[in-house]
Design a protein around this ligand. Structure first.
Ligand code: GTP
Ligand code: MG
Length: 163
């Protein structure tokens, strides 16, 4: 049995990473958010899988210096942020969930664009569209993330380095 789960939010600047965390915690959309949320820990007894869960916010700035390609949150109204969802040549050893935030801003789903990307990478467990603003799918996405760590469906492997 795992001791705890760490969920990292990574993605292009301004796609709503910090807002997603704040919306989860306060159950309402924060009008203003800091650049980066403090790490929070959700106690085991209030998580669906009964495992303490840490949620870590990575600001755009941090992620650029860390691993430029490991970006898995995009906003559905921002084509550039969708195109940036590229994980080729990254050695992925953690399950990924693709999160399409700001679904309140569009009428059309981004799934058509995102599904081919998802099918290309076995490490992507699932994708979900959500909105920090109207709280759609917020608790669900953190639940999916927790589940992906505890019960990964695909093999977690380290692909050969690509040139
Ligand atoms: P960086 O830390 O600077 O990379 O940004 P971030 O990814 O943490 O995004 P942040 O939470 O700061 O949100 C950026 C902007 O998008 C803010 O103006 C938010 O109010 C807005 N925003 C976040 N989530 C949503 C959403 O679901 N819908 C809408 N309409 N706006 C959102
Ligand atoms: Mg932020």
């Amino acid at each position: 049995m795992r001791k705890d789960v760490r969920i990292l939010l990574v993605g292009e600047p301004k796609v709503g990473k910090t807002s997603l965390i704040m919306s989860l915690v306060s159950e309402e959309f924060p009008d203003e958010v800091p650049l980066r949320a403090e790490e929070i820990t959700i106690p085991a007894d209030v998580t669906p899988e009964r495992v303490p869960t840490h949620i870590v916010d990575y600001s755009g700035k941090h992620i650029d210096t860390m691993t430029d390609k490991n970006k898995s949150i995009y906003s559905v109204n921002n084509k550039k942020s969708i195109e940036k969802v590229r994980m080729d040549s990254v050695c992925v050893v953690v399950p990924l969930i693709l999160v399409g935030n700001k679904s309140d801003l569009v009428e059309h789903s981004s799934m058509e664009t995102i599904l081919p990307i998802m099918n290309q990478f076995q490490d992507i467990e699932t994708c979900v569209e959500c909105s920090a603003k109207n709280l759609k799918n917020i608790s669900e996405l953190f639940y999916y993330a927790q589940k992906a760590v505890l019960h990964p469906t695909g093999p977690l492997y380290c692909p050969e380095e690509k040139e």
